[in-house]
Design a protein around this ligand. Structure first.
Ligand SMILES: [Zn+2]
Length: 64
């Protein structure tokens, strides 16, 4: 995901801002990292450049 997307993305649970923790980047492209909600503290992984902003409940269902 582009780092500029940080202006757009928000927590799906409470629409709060997210903190970005970058593990791997290519210029302004975030390839891997973690988004952490500043409000509820929920974390959302970024894998292969794609942020997984599904709420934890739905994430578990998708995996099952
Ligand atoms: Zn939140």
């Amino acid at each position: 995901m582009k780092e500029s997307l940080m202006d757009v993305v928000c927590c799906p649970l409470d629409k709060a801002d997210l903190d970005l923790d970058v593990d791997e980047r290519d210029d302004d492209e975030i390839l891997a990292g973690t988004l952490t909600c500043t409000e509820c503290g929920e974390t959302y992984p970024i894998e292969d450049g794609i942020p997984n902003l599904l709420p934890p409940d739905m994430r578990d269902e998708a995996a099952a």
